[in-house]
Design a protein around this ligand. Sequence first.
Ligand SMILES: Cc1ncc(COP(=O)(O)O)c(C=O)c1O
Length: 502
Amino acid sequence: MGSNGEGKPDSGLSSLMLETEAFLTRLITLKPPAPSDPIVRKLNSNEIQSMQHQIMPDDHPQDLPSVIQQAMTVFDNRMRLTHPHCFSYIPACPSSLARLGDLLTSVYNVNAVSWDVSSGPSAVEKAMIAWLGAQLGMPESVGGCFVSGGSMANMAAIIAARDEMLNPRERGNAVIYMSDQTHISISKALHMTGFLDYQIHKIPTDDNFRIDVSMLRHAIDTDRKSGLLPFLLVANCGTTNTGSIDPLGSLADVAQDEKLWLHVDGAYGASIALSDKHRYLIDGIGRADSVSWDGHKWLFQTYGCGIVLTRHPGSLLRSFAIDAEYISGVLAPQGTTNFYNLGPELSRPARAMSLWLTLRTLGRHRMGEMIDQGFILARTADYNIRRYKNWVVMAPTVSSTVVFRYTVREFDEEELDALNKAISQRLLAENIAAILTTKIRGRTTLRMCMMNPLVMPETIDHVISQLDKVAQSELHNTYPKVAKMTPYCQECPRVDILQDVQ
Ligand SMILES: Cc1ncc(COP(=O)(O)O)c(C=O)c1O
C-alpha cells in the first residue's frame, strides 16, 4: 500500500483541524435516529423562501463553522430514512462503513473515467463487477460498470439491448415486454432511448403480482403475426410496489425460445443473491443478458451506487465506446477496457470503492444476514397485520415489502381509499411511522418496506399495534356511525412463507 501523505492541509481548514476531525468522527459514527426523533421534517412554502434567502452565497466570505451550522439546518429538513419507524419508498440505510467509503472516495476524488487516471479504483471496479456477476450466477465473461443508480443502470442496459438486437431502421417496429408492476425508470429509459408508448407492451400479472407467462407468450406470438419485432423482455427481481419477483427461470426460457434480450431489473431484489437462506427466490437471474442492481438499496450504501451487469460486455462497448483526440492515445492495459467506454459517463466518482470497502470488511455472509433481517421484519409485519381486525394483506409477502389495507364492510372502495390515505397521513403527523400509500390494482393501499438491519421484530410489533389504534380512531372520528357497527373482519389465508416467524 502506498503512503496516504497528501501534503499540508488546506490552510483555510488548518485552524479548524481539531474541530473538523471531531466533527468528521461524529458524522461517520452518527447514531441512528431514536424513535422519538422526527421521522420527517419539511419546510412549508414560506420557510422555503426564507431559507433560500438566508443561504444564498453573496460577495463576502462567511466563517466555516457558521456555514456548517447552516448546512446542518438544511439537512434537518428531510425524511430520516434510517429512522426505525421509517418504512417508506425503498429506504436507504447505509452502514457506517459505506459512509466511510463514501468519504474516502470524496477526499481522494479520483476520476474513475479511465485506467490512466484511476488504475487502482478501476481494478477494484472490475473485480467488483466480476464478484457481483458471480453472485448472480452470470458467466465469467460478465462485464459492466458502476453508475449513479437503478435508473441509469436500466437505461444503459436498454441502450445495449437496442443496439445489439435492432437494426436502426427497425426501431419503429420493435416491441418491449414487461409486467404491469414494472418500475417507472424502465418506461423513462425507453422514452429517453427513442421508443414510443405503443411499443411498450405491458403484460398483466397474476395473483402473486408476477408476470403472466402464458399471456406473455401469447402477446409475443400475436405481435409477430402482425409484423412487429419483439426484441426486449424486462423482468422484475423485486417490484417496488409489492416486492414480487417474476419467474426468472421461465422468463429466461421465453427469452431463449423467442430470441429476446432479457433484462432483469434487480435494483431492489438482486441483493437477495447474497443471502444463503433466500437466494433460491431469484433462481434464474444469472441467465439474464443484463441485470441492474442498486447498492444504495439493499446493499446498505449511500446514494449514487448503481450497477449494470451484462453477459455481453461487447454490447456495452458497441453502444458506449468512443474516442476523442485528447484521450485517444490513452490505452487500458492488455485485456481491460476504460470504463468510459462501458457506460454513459466520462468523469465520475470511484463508485465501487465504498461497496467494496463494506463487503471486504463485513464479508458476504454478514451482508447476507443483514439482508435476511429485512425478510424477518416483513414477515413479522405481515403476521401481525393479519392478527388485527379489518386488515387485509393485499399481496403475498415475499421479500421485505408488505402491502395492506384497512377494510370496513360498510364502505365503498373510494371511501376505503380515503380512509387508508388518512391513516397514513396521521401516522406521519403523529410521528408514529412513515407508512406511505401506493396503488394496488387501482386501490389506495398502505405499504411498508423494511430494509433497516438495526430494526428488531419487537419494533414492528409495536408499530403495527399503533397502526391499528390509529385506524380505529380514524374510523371513530370521521365515521362514528360506522364505527359503532360490528367491524368486519375479512379472513385472510396465511401464506406458507410465514411459518418461519411463528
Ligand atoms: C425496482 C426498481 N428499479 C429501478 C429503480 C430506480 O432506481 P434509482 O432510484 O436508483 O434510479 C427503483 C427505485 O426505487 C426500483 O425500485
